[in-house]
Design a protein around this ligand. Structure first.
Ligand code: ZN
Length: 382
């Protein structure tokens, strides 16, 4: 009852103010008109000075934030027909998921308690061969997108088959994504051969390049599922269209041992030999890389997606998370250093803030000191 009374009184006060406050009318007429004002709430800016503004305001025009500041200041400078009351809420930049296979959400619970090789070769690849169609991908993408939005993610980097359907679903809901069309050395759900897969990747890039929300990319699945020829062709394709290249790299010890046995070198030098770093590489996992490889990744300007939840679930190991990971110098989506944010989920693993927390906890565990979570990553507590 009291709450209702309060609302009525507030409304009366607002109406009275709007009718009688001539000065305010004058100010509003002089204020710039924008499309949207979000007022009240605590704004976590993540700008250079890490400003946190209590009772803040945001002005949006043509889909872009044009001003952030204290609510009173924003209200005096801007006017808008659309106003959102954010009191009691936190306004922060969206999270970025650095690596995903979004439609695989439909395989959730299919096979647990397995290592990567067994999980992938005995369950996932066969299940994909039987079930993955364009419609499967479309439905799975929509479910995965809904879950990401709910978890605070607004941008993600994907790799799957029928990636057109992923890109369309993403653009439909207004999220941003780097969408990688997978290329493999064996038949895939959307390609009978490597040549067909590469042609599909080319068509996909031609169709989506320049889209305001989608950055297309070739996605050679991994060094161990591709031939040297496939890797080189994908690198050439990425360089030709000046788009990123998304790949799994050095995810398991077995993969690295195989690479040493077969090619006489671990993952990063092998990728370099195939010319992959001629492209803007986003490498997922990088669990088993040595100091020299980390330096090389940095020198090549490659981005690394840290996927702690997936790595733990599939017994791949713990990435050398104590390092300041290299960050792409020419990030594909202005992803900048947030490429380091964890976010991979293979069906059931952590998303959003849960993944951020897991990542920082792992760094704390591997450093032997607790880590403080900050808006710009993690730092040891001293
Ligand atoms: Zn992956």
């Amino acid at each position: 009852m009291l709450k209702r009374l309060l609302i009525v009184l507030t409304l009366i006060a607002m109406i009275a103010n709007s009718l009688t406050d001539v000065d305010a009318q004058g100010r509003r007429q002089r204020a710039d008109a924008v499309d949207l004002l979000v007022l009240g709430g605590t704004i976590v800016t993540m700008d250079q000075t890490r400003r946190v503004i209590d009772d803040g305001g945001i002005a949006v025009s043509n889909g872009r934030i044009v001003a952030i500041g204290p609510r009173a200041e924003i209200e005096s400078r801007y006017t808008s027909r659309q106003r959102v009351n954010a009191r009691g809420k936190v306004l922060a930049p969206g999270l970025i998921n650095g690596h995903s296979h979004v439609p695989m959400v439909l395989f959730r619970g299919l096979a647990d308690d397995l290592d990567l090789q067994e999980w992938l070769t005995k369950y996932i690849f066969p299940a994909e061969a039987k079930n993955v169609t364009e419609q499967f991908v479309r439905v799975g993408a929509r479910l995965g997108l809904a879950e990401m939005i709910r978890g605070g993610t607004t941008t993600y980097c994907d790799m799957y088959y029928f990636e057109d359907a992923v890109a369309e679903a993403t653009a439909d809901v207004g999220m941003r994504a780097l969408c990688g069309q997978t290329v493999l050395r064996f038949p895939a759900p959307d390609a009978r051969s490597y040549e067909e897969g590469l042609a599909r990747a080319r068509e996909f890039i031609e169709r989506w390049k320049g889209h305001p929300l989608i950055v297309p990319a070739p996605a050679p699945h991994a060094p161990y599922t591709c031939t040297p020829e496939i890797l080189r062709s994908c690198a050439d394709l990425a360089a030709e269209f000046d788009v990123p290249l998304h790949i799994h790299l050095s995810e398991t010890l077995l993969e690295v041992e195989d690479s040493r046995r077969r090619y006489g070198m671990p993952g990063v030098p092998y990728m370099r030999k195939q010319g992959l770093f001629d492209a803007k590489v986003l490498a997922a996992h990088c669990v088993h890389v040595d100091e020299g490889e980390i330096r090389a990744l940095k020198n090549f300007g490659a981005g690394v997606a840290h996927n702690p939840s997936s790595n733990l679930k599939l017994a791949a190991g713990v990435a050398p998370a104590g390092h300041r990971w290299p960050v792409s110098s020419s990030p594909p989506l202005a992803l900048s250093r947030r490429l380091r944010r964890p976010g991979s989920w293979r069906r059931t693993t952590a998303v959003g803030f849960a993944a951020v927390r897991l990542s920082t906890d792992i760094r704390g565990g591997t450093h032997g000191v607790p880590l403080r979570r900050t808006s710009r990553g993690s730092a040891p507590v001293r």
